[in-house]
Design a protein around this ligand. Structure first.
Ligand SMILES: Cc1ncc(COP(=O)(O)O)c(C=O)c1O
Length: 455
């Protein structure tokens, strides 16, 4: 019998309560690696709940890497606070230096009409009236006179705190949040406040993150994107996308999260969690934010780029107290921050429930499109991670990936090569975004890709 108690009067769904308590048992060491959990049927009987509750909680924890289901044998704990897996210290590449050309930049052809990229989310036309309402409100609201709070609009921070608690499991006071002009702006705010030293960035990884680190005169060291990291060398920070590795798609397993935090403590470094698209899971509930595990070590970066639109240029940053103070001090002096109209519009979108509706409708669309991409691509390429979010990444030899990319280009579609995200990892393939096109365009693009791959 597990020492858990479910509260039927709480607003939190029972599977989420159960998952949260099992997670806490693993984190506290009450449950250790290799411990076998009661079957979902036995636990359901013990707790007096339906089996669907225990199954859903086990599925969630398995997706997060806390548990492992062994066929015919049961469900076991795989992650504990002190990971038993051999941690692989691999800061692989030597620093990349700024070059005249941004890392991984590709020239964009003229004439390509639609982009199947990772940065264009679905926008539901039925939500347009709500969008216009938000901007009408901006037009009649009085902007603050003079420079406002460097943390951003208070009401927006309150709404964000409530939402991050509800959707990401982060319990925050509004004053702990700094509104930014997006993820990259959050990085720009953070980098000057870190002590001198290189920054480890996932490889393959988000090109804008590596480029921003270089822009701030720091070296980038390559952090293997899908391996356990047990040593950060002399890096002062490690930038990661734990909920949905960009662009390989994997969820960072719980044991790897704990190992990375341990490594960060050892190196006196911070973990930069880029939580860019975590709400777009269609199989299990969104994986909780890594920042929950150690608020003193993790700088959390959120963005409206995926759930609203990237052109809004809005995001939010939650940093440990010392860094928070330093960031705030510099933002006060430099007046860096997000534009008030964007903040005010996002406030309305949050208050009206618009953002929740937008996420739900985009999630439905992605859940329908992702398997379509998978069906078309799987005869020719290997899927790099679970199906989640608004893109999927396919491993292919570079020559095949280029041939397919070129064929799509001729048909009027721009698709990114995985090699442009890779530094020393040398991974190759295609990164196919499916948020920003219509159903018909997606089918045409897939036909062009698979036609080339079949040849
Ligand atoms: C990994 C990752 N992080 C963050 C973002 C969003 O960045 P920003 O908020 O600066 O627009 C993107 C957008 O494509 C992304 O792919």
């Amino acid at each position: 019998m597990l020492p858990v108690t479910l509260d039927r009067t709480s607003g939190e769904p029972l599977p989420a309560q159960l998952a949260g308590q099992v997670r806490a048992l693993v984190l506290s060491g009450t449950l250790g690696t290799g411990d076998r959990l009661p079957s979902s049927r036995a636990l359901a009987a013990d707790l007096g709940v339906s089996r669907a509750v225990t199954e859903q909680a086990y599925d969630q924890l398995t997706a997060e890497g806390w548990l492992e289901a062994r066929r015919g044998s049961g469900t076991y704990v795989t992650a504990t606070r002190t990971p038993t897996t051999a941690v692989a210290p691999r800061v692989t590449s030597r620093p990349t230096r700024p070059t005249s050309r941004p890392t991984g930049a590709t020239s964009r052809p003229t004439g390509a009409t639609s982009r199947l990229d990772t940065g264009t989310p679905f926008f539901d036309p039925r939500l347009e009236p709500g969008w216009r309402r938000a901007w009408r409100e901006v037009s009649v609201a009085a902007p603050p006179r003079g420079y406002d709070d460097p943390r951003g609009l208070l009401e927006l921070r309150e709404a964000l705190a409530a939402r991050l608690g509800r959707t990401r499991g982060l319990e925050l006071h509004p004053d702990e949040i700094i509104v930014t002009a997006g993820t990259t702006d959050g990085l720009r705010a953070l980098l000057p406040e870190l002590r001198p030293g290189p920054v480890a960035v996932e490889d393959p990884g988000y090109r804008a993150a590596a480029e921003t680190v270089l822009t701030y005169g720091r070296e980038v060291v390559d952090l293997p994107a899908v391996e356990t990291v047990g040593d950060l060398g002399d890096a002062v920070a490690a930038y990661v996308t734990p909920a949905h590795q960009h662009p390989l798609g994997r969820v960072m397993p719980a044991a790897d999260r704990l190992a990375l935090l341990e490594a960060a403590r050892g190196a006196d470094a911070v973990v930069i969690e880029d939580d860019y698209d975590s709400e777009f899971r269609y199989d299990v509930a969104p994986v909780p934010a890594m920042a929950r595990l150690d608020r003193g070590r993790v700088v959390y970066l959120g963005t409206a780029a995926k759930s609203v639109v990237p052109t809004l240029r809005l995001g939010w940053l939650v940093a440990p107290p010392d860094l928070h103070e330093l960031i705030l001090r510099r933002r006060t002096i430099t007046h860096a921050g997000a534009a008030w109209p964007s903040q005010r519009a996002l406030l309305t979108l949050l208050r009206d429930g618009w953002l929740d509706r937008a996420v739900r409708s985009a999630r439905r669309v992605y859940a329908e499109r992702a398997p379509r991409v998978a069906e078309a691509m799987s005869p020719y390429a290997t899927l790099a991670g679970p199906l989640a979010g608004m893109y999927s990444t396919w491993l292919l030899p570079e020559a095949d990936a280029r041939r397919a990319r070129d064929a799509a280009r001729v048909a009027g579609f721009e698709i990114n090569l995985l090699s442009t995200y890779a530094r020393s990892s040398g991974l190759t393939g295609l990164v196919i975004g499916f948020g920003g096109v219509t159903e018909a365009e997606l089918d045409q693009a897939l036909a062009a890709l698979t036609g080339a791959l079949a040849r």
